[in-house]
Design a protein around this ligand. Structure first.
Ligand code: SAH
Ligand code: SF4
Length: 417
């Protein structure tokens, strides 16, 4: 194999100081994961292919990367054998590195992951009887500091790249063994079994929620680019109806999210008065309740068939009274919102200053909202034993020594067979 250590990839030096979509690696190769088909074609052309060949190869490679999930160019059987080493010398097919894989007693799985530059983040898979949901992170840490959220106690380290975001979904499919099988040719060219959408039938991973670490609308471009790859029929082919983006209320980005991404919207409301929301969701001081609810009412694509989810964390004696429930109903009706409410029992973490409302209080709150004609199920906490539940994500790995982490990873690997 050629010595690639000094190899330069020509043509990717931006004339303007725009953020790069590719991360230069020490060995000079470029990670293709996270790049759209067009960008892959540009890179192939810059590496020496003529325009027509670059376009054809990029279509083939794209299909293998995102639809089939292969991690080795040698597995791309419709690409000439002589072409595969050419690709291997110049490009890689990355995945986030798994530092630790944990399995909860309720079936929830959590992966502690690491970026190439050493930052840790998490993804959580939650299996249910009729669906399986992957909770995806958008940032390492969070700039916002909602008072009840463990992630909010971390500072923002950095935004995740599109590759690191879509990489979480790809890694979950790897772990669940859920890449479509088939003859190994491109979509549309006599493939046998899996054209069209990736359907829920018999699959484990059916839904995605952008509810891991970070505020997705503060990393808009990368979240959008990653979700486009997830939604593309020749990519991961998951329907936008099965994807939900949760925001704490970044009002100026909400319309764009609807127009450019078009997935389901969830809003972390959590309080119905200025005072309480200012305290527990501090972004409320910037974008208040009225602005937020007006932006929800204008959210493109929201309808009775595709309602907006309002998340409401149940905090004892803070936001859980009958009056709060009535006010919630009043606000949702005032803005004529096609809404459902998701009541989340507060998940505690060390040092948290709140307690969860009592089960009776949660039930009563839910009843009041239900009686007004708005669905208000209580979310069952999942994966609490491995700190995988909502708001518990915070990479505590740095507290463990390298040796301890390696030992844990080995044990898990052995346990998983
Ligand atoms: N940053 C985005 C998405 C990630 S948080 C947002 O805030 O919407 C996903 C959900 O978990 C949010 O509704 C968040 O408010 C909620 N959450 C955070 N900490 C929690 C905790 N300790 N217990 C229960 N829910 C929590
Ligand atoms: Fe950030 Fe969401 Fe946690 Fe608030 S709830 S601190 S926005 S991750």
């Amino acid at each position: 194999m050629a010595d690639t250590s000094l190899m330069q990839i020509p043509g990717h030096i931006d004339p303007l100081p725009v953020p790069r979509d590719i991360t230069p690696r020490a060995d000079g190769r470029v990670d293709l994961i996270g790049l759209p088909r067009k960008r892959i074609a540009e890179l192939f052309e810059a590496a020496g292919l003529d325009a027509k060949a670059a376009k054809l190869r990029s279509r083939q490679v794209y299909h293998w990367l995102y639809h089939r999930g292969v991690t080795d160019f040698e597995a791309m059987t419709d690409i000439a054998k002589t072409m595969r080493p050419w690709l291997t010398e110049r490009f890689v097919i990355g995945r986030p590195e798994i530092v630790l894989a944990q399995h909860s007693e309720d079936g929830t799985r959590k992966w502690l992951l690491r970026t190439d530059d050493g930052h840790e983040f998490e993804a959580v898979f939650i299996p249910d009887a009729d669906r399986g949901t992957l909770c995806v992170s958008s940032q390492v840490g969070c700039t916002l500091n909602c008072r009840f959220c463990h992630t909010g106690t971390m500072r923002l380290v950095r935004n995740l790249t599109a590759g690191e975001i879509v990489g979480q979904v790809m890694l979950a499919r790897d772990a669940l063994g859920e890449w479509p099988r088939g003859g190994g040719t491109m979509a549309g060219l006599d493939d046998d079994e899996d054209e069209g959408s990736y359907t829920a039938d018999g699959r484990l991973l059916t839904n995605i929620v952008m509810m891991g670490m970070g505020e997705p609308l503060y990393n808009f471009d990368n979240v959008r680019d990653a979700l486009k790859l997830v939604m593309d029929g020749d990519g991961l082919a998951l329907s936008k109806r099965r994807i939900t983006l949760s925001t704490s209320g970044v009002v100026p980005m909400m319309a764009r999210a609807g127009e450019e991404i078009g997935v389901n919207l969830a809003v972390s409301l959590h309080a119905v008065s200025k005072d309480v929301r200012d305290e527990i969701v501090p972004i409320n001081r910037k974008y208040g309740l009225d602005e937020l609810l007006a932006a929800c009412a204008a959210y493109p694509g929201a309808s009775n068939a595709r309602r907006i989810t309002f998340e409401y964390v149940m905090l004892k004696d803070k936001n859980d009274s009958d009056a709060d429930a009535h006010e919630l109903v009043r606000l949702l009706k005032q803005y004529k919102l096609p809404a459902k409410v998701n009541l989340i029992p507060f998940n505690p973490w060390p040092g948290a200053i709140y307690e969860c409302s009592t089960p009776e209080r949660v039930r009563r709150f839910s009843e009041i909202v239900f009686e007004a004609g708005i669905s208000a199920p209580v979310r069952t906490p999942r994966g609490r034993d491995i700190d995988a539940a909502c708001g518990q994500l915070k990479t505590a790995a740095q507290k463990l020594s390298r040796a301890e982490l390696d030992r844990l990873a080995e044990e898990k690997q052995a346990a998983l067979g």
